[in-house]
Design a protein around this ligand. Structure first.
Ligand code: DGL
Length: 285
């Protein structure tokens, strides 16, 4: 295994960080809309799932990921993981970047998803399905209410879905039954929009739709983030002009590359060959 923490190659790319494979659903949506840029994707599969970890731990992992992606040449980083965006993004933006990387932009998935959910909803009654950490952080509810104080938000943690999807069980009756159970309460709340606030849930999108009812509109954080990134780059030419356009993606994983290839290819819809790296603390280095 190679410890990568000093290789500067000065390519200016868009970095994506996720706990593992799920963020590839975000990369997939982004590349569909912005195919020309150069991307570096880091999946911290060795330490996933992130969905039940503490805020302090997630903040440490996020700092390591930012350090790593900067050394790969990222000038813009997207936290593709809802859990990291909920628990660590604000501290990264407010505490870490000003001191260490004042020119770096780091964006998350919560804000774009919230904006899209509010544009989509007609009744302002919105449901959110996410990991336990994301739900407990209250980030979706807080951001939704920040933009619209009249909105009603109903959240549901669905902790079993990530492992089931990673097992490739998305079509099994057991998964459908569990999803039905999770959505039971949301179904009675008269939501007209459901946010899929986890990287993995787009894989189950049609099942979510079937179970919550076809009249409820689904907003996935992957699609919303990709759409808003297109808009962000058009409004920030100072960021966009620094991005290299090689139409390439590089993949890095902190765990077994073979497993990453097998699972990642399912999430991205194409064969990938990741490089194994170790994420380390660079503070003080
Ligand atoms: N990437 C995580 C998220 O979007 C789901 C997987 C995990 O818990 O690590 O919340």
């Amino acid at each position: 295994m190679q410890i990568v923490h000093s290789s500067h190659n000065f390519l200016l790319m868009i970095g994506l960080f996720d706990s593992g494979f799920g963020g590839l659903t975000v990369l997939r949506e982004i590349r569909e809309r912005l195919p020309d840029y150069t991307y570096a994707y880091l999946g911290d599969s060795a330490r996933m799932p992130y969905g039940n970890k503490t805020q302090e731990t997630l903040y440490r992992y996020a700092r390591q990921a930012v350090d790593f992606l900067v050394r790969q040449g990222a000038t813009l980083i997207i936290f593709a993981c809802n859990t990291v965006s909920s628990e660590a993004l604000r501290r990264i933006q407010q505490e870490y970047l000003p001191e260490k990387y004042p020119a770096l932009k780091v964006l998350g998935v919560i804000r774009p998803t919230v904006e899209k959910a509010l544009e989509t909803s007609k009744t302002n009654i919105i449901g959110v399905a996410a990991t336990r950490s994301t739900v407990l952080s209250g980030a979706y509810e807080r951001e939704l209410k920040k933009l619209d104080t009249t909105v009603q938000v109903y959240q549901q943690a669905c902790p079993l879905l990530v492992p089931l999807i990673e097992e490739g069980w998305e079509k099994k009756p057991e998964t459908r039954m569990i999803l039905k159970k999770y959505l039971l309460r949301l179904k009675s709340c008269h939501i007209d929009t459901l946010v899929l606030g986890c990287t993995h849930y787009p894989i189950l999108e049609s099942e979510f739709h079937r179970k919550i009812g076809q009249r409820v509109r689904i907003v996935s954080s992957a699609t919303a983030t990709a759409e808003k990134l297109v808009d962000y780059l058009s409004r920030h030419p100072e960021v966009e002009k620094n991005l290299e356009r090689k139409a390439q993606s590089k993949f890095f994983t902190s765990d077994d590359p073979a497993r990453f290839t097998a699972l990642g290819s399912r999430f991205l819809g194409e064969q990938i060959a990741p490089r194994q790296v170790e994420l380390v603390n660079l503070e003080g280095v």
